[in-house]
Design a protein around this ligand. Structure first.
Ligand code: A2P
Length: 348
């Protein structure tokens, strides 16, 4: 990595992803010149440790981005939209974890293991994809490169962390309530998640697909540069704290050799193959939690179709699904010396 040191602001520093961003900057020895922690006025004054210092959280305001090179934003779509212009005008680059700009044609949507070259096209904003999309892409792209995938059928088993730190806390409180024989209360999520599961609660379209499912369709097409790939997703929230799992059926235009697929995935970047067929041991969210790699296993020939493979994965939603992917983008920006935007974004 170059000697360049970066002045960073984290927008949403007190959230589940924000907290992970802070630890990753420290853990990966990112060249930080200064770190500003921003959140809502609720958190102003809160102290957060970083590299031996105690940083004070500030409420975000118009001048927050002055003298900042890079903003890592994870405070929801409306907050990203509200501050994007101020960030870009201040000359900083925004890596945005929300869905606000992901499908904007002028905004690169990047998974460094898949389309790192896209970062050079940025105009001040780079979008971090949806967590389920990142995890699926990490497992599917290495096979897609060898033999194009024509159709993906995916079902997700999504942890509470996807709905933020308060949803994670809610599941713990609900679990305690149920074990004590009390009625669980739901405030952040629409229904009790402890000892339960339900289809993803994002808004439904007129075809019956929710927003989360359509993110998997549209974002995967954009990241893979494969606008015609057919994808159908069913997203489900499960009472797991921080790692998502997915079952994925891939259809190719001809049979894909099973052993070849296993070999490819055993060395694919960002993937750890976890398969012990004797012990019936495969990826589990409890083991994926806190890990950088997406755990992939149970790669099988689909018995119902000669051109299809089945696979299963678990990946840390907060890390590779969000914060780690954003930090990897930041590392690429430093490495490729892309931190100064080429021109002011036109789309904000
Ligand atoms: P705060 O803790 O002050 O509410 P999560 O996704 O885990 O729920 O985290 C969301 C993050 O976004 C938190 O840091 C939260 O700060 C921050 N946030 C939410 N709304 C705003 C806002 N309007 N302005 C700035 N930060 C916000």
């Amino acid at each position: 990595m170059s000697e360049q040191k970066i002045r960073i602001a984290i927008l949403g520093a007190t959230g589940a992803v924000g907290t992970e961003l802070i630890s990753l900057l420290e853990e990966r020895n990112f060249p930080v010149a200064s770190l500003k922690l921003l959140a809502s006025p609720r958190s102003a004054g809160q102290k957060i440790p970083f590299r031996g210092a105690s940083l004070i959280v500030e409420a975000v305001e118009e001048n927050s981005f002055r003298d900042i090179d890079l903003v890592l934003a994870s405070a929801g779509g409306s907050t990203s939209k509200k501050w994007a212009t101020a960030i870009v005008k201040a000359g900083a680059v925004m890596i945005d974890n929300s869905s606000a700009f992901r499908m904007d044609l002028s905004v690169p949507l990047v998974v460094p293991e898949i389309n790192p070259e896209a970062i050079t096209q940025h105009q001040g904003i780079i979008a971090n994809p949806n967590c389920t999309t990142i995890l699926m892409g990490i497992a599917v792209y290495p096979l897609h490169q060898i033999q194009p995938v024509e159709r993906i059928i995916v079902a997700t088993y999504q942890s509470a962390s996807g709905a933020g730190a308060r949803a994670m806390e809610e599941v713990k409180v609900q679990s305690r309530a149920i074990l004590e024989g009390k009625e669980p209360q739901a405030e952040i999520l629409p229904y009790p998640l402890a000892f339960n599961l339900f289809p993803h609660n994002s808004p439904l379209n007129d075809r019956g697909y929710c927003q989360e499912e359509m993110k998997m369709v549209n974002e995967t097409r954009k990241i893979f540069s494969a606008p015609r790939i057919r994808i159908s997703a069913t997203c489900v929230r499960v009472p797991v704290l921080r790692a998502h799992s997915e079952t994925i059926n891939l259809e190719f235009n001809a049979p894909f050799d099973l052993e070849k697929a296993q070999n490819i995935l055993s060395t694919a970047p960002g993937v750890r193959l976890v398969e012990d067929w004797q012990r019936n041991y495969f990826p589990m969210p409890i083991e994926a939690s806190g890990q950088d790699d997406v755990l992939v296993g149970r790669i099988r020939q689909d018995i119902s179709h000669p051109n299809c493979l089945e696979l299963w994965l678990s990946g840390d939603q907060i890390r590779k699904g969000a914060a780690l992917n954003a930090i990897q983008i930041a590392e690429l920006l430093v490495e490729k010396k892309c931190l100064k935007p080429q021109k002011i974004a036109v789309s904000v």
